[in-house]
Design a binder for this molecule. Structure first.
Ligand SMILES: NC(=O)c1ccc[n+]([C@@H]2O[C@H](COP(=O)([O-])OP(=O)(O)OC[C@H]3O[C@@H](n4cnc5c(N)ncnc54)[C@H](OP(=O)(O)O)[C@@H]3O)[C@@H](O)[C@H]2O)c1
Length: 320
């Protein structure tokens, strides 16, 4: 089968299209023919690790997993002898987070992992562009008390985690102020933001408004900048470790004191979350946001675009 292989860490050019052996499912696994996947920031972070923690997980000098890609949508081609919940021909979508391997024509995944039947009302390309941003967003959303319709500011609302955060926070009934670029204002309003702020024209920390929660899902601000716009007891989340990994330490220290707190949840993908995304999509309450679509052969180009940090939503790879 064709796959994108990287045997060394480095720039996008280390990604090479190769013929590799097609996997065979073990007793508890399904073999999926992948029709669409994505290039996301996690792929980029594991291809050229910036943080030591990534090398500790992925290999100190070279990657242990040589095929990246964590999102998928495709069709089950074969099943292992113990598999009960899927059958050949089922259309599925989901995640292979941290195990990667979706930048390929086929993958084997245990049936118990984060895959489920694809929503019936969307294409493979749309289905591939849901789960990574949504599960990363959900890790934060789960820590928020939505009982009294909290005021939430979402910085970086046009990224993959951003478009998911807006839609999930709207689903749970928050009042949302979203910060994004000029070109994304209408899109972000259509996804459910009550107010939008153009970050190229206005500093959201300087307009005198206060929030119960700040979700900095692009990691471009900091707790120290946002503390003044948080109501007493307010929560700050970031998708980045921050300067000197401060968000880790702040998440450990701020709960020990009264006042505003930093949360830095470690995201974990779960099958029931993928099923929840399917239900939201089929009920018309969640939309995949796709910026560009590339072929598998164009993965270097796709990766370079993702690394501009300027994508809107998701970048899809179509596998014909
Ligand atoms: N915690 C985790 O496990 C984890 C996993 C994956 C990714 N991440 C991190 O999460 C962040 C978001 O990733 P992503 O894939 O959702 O999106 P992304 O590709 O990093 O974000 C792209 C979007 O953010 C907007 N943006 C850039 N600078 C901004 C600013 N100063 N204020 C507001 N918006 C701004 C961009 O708009 P413009 O076009 O105007 O620049 C673009 O639409 C990244 O920093 C990534 O490294 C964390």
């Amino acid at each position: 089968m064709r796959a994108i292989v990287n045997t060394i860490y480095g720039p996008p050019e280390v990604l090479q299209l190769k013929e590799v052996e097609k996997p065979t499912p073990k007793n508890n696994e399904v073999l999926i023919k992948i029709h669409a996947t994505t290039v996301n920031r996690t792929d980029c972070g594991f291809r050229k690790p910036e943080y030591l923690i990534v090398r500790l997980i992925s290999g100190i000098f070279k990657p242990k997993k040589t095929i990246l890609g964590s999102e998928l949508a495709g069709e089950i081609e074969a099943i292992g002898s113990n598999v009960k919940s899927f059958k050949p021909g089922d259309q599925v979508f989901g995640l292979s987070t941290y195990n990667f391997g979706t930048h390929a024509e086929y993958i084997c995944i245990p049936e118990s992992k984060s895959i489920t039947l694809k929503p019936v009302n969307i294409s493979y390309e749309e289905a591939a562009a849901v789960c990574d941003g949504a599960f990363l967003a959900l890790a934060n959303i789960k820590k928020i008390d939505f009982t009294n319709a909290p005021e939430i500011l979402i910085n970086g609302a046009s990224g993959s985690i951003g478009v998911a955060s807006v839609q999930l926070a709207r689903h749970y009934g928050a009042k949302i102020t979203a910060v994004c670029n000029t070109g994304s204002l209408e899109l972000i309003k259509s996804l459910g933001a009550d107010f939008v702020i153009d970050y190229t024209k206005e500093d959201f920390t300087e307009n005198g408004k206060f929030y119960d929660v700040v979700l900095d899902v692009v990691g471009k601000s900091s707790f120290f900048r946002c503390r003044k716009i948080l109501n007493p007891g307010g929560l700050y989340f970031s998708s980045e470790l921050g300067y000197l990994s401060q968000n880790i330490y702040l998440a450990l220290l701020t709960p020990l004191f009264p006042g505003r707190k930093v949360h830095f949840p470690i995201p974990k993908d779960r099958k029931e979350d993928i099923q929840f995304f399917k239900e939201l999509i089929e009920a018309g309450n969640y939309k995949a946001v796709i910026d560009r679509t590339y072929s598998l052969e164009q993965i270097v180009e796709a990766t370079k675009y993702v690394e501009t940090g300027q994508k809107t939503g998701n970048v899809v790879i179509r596998i014909d």
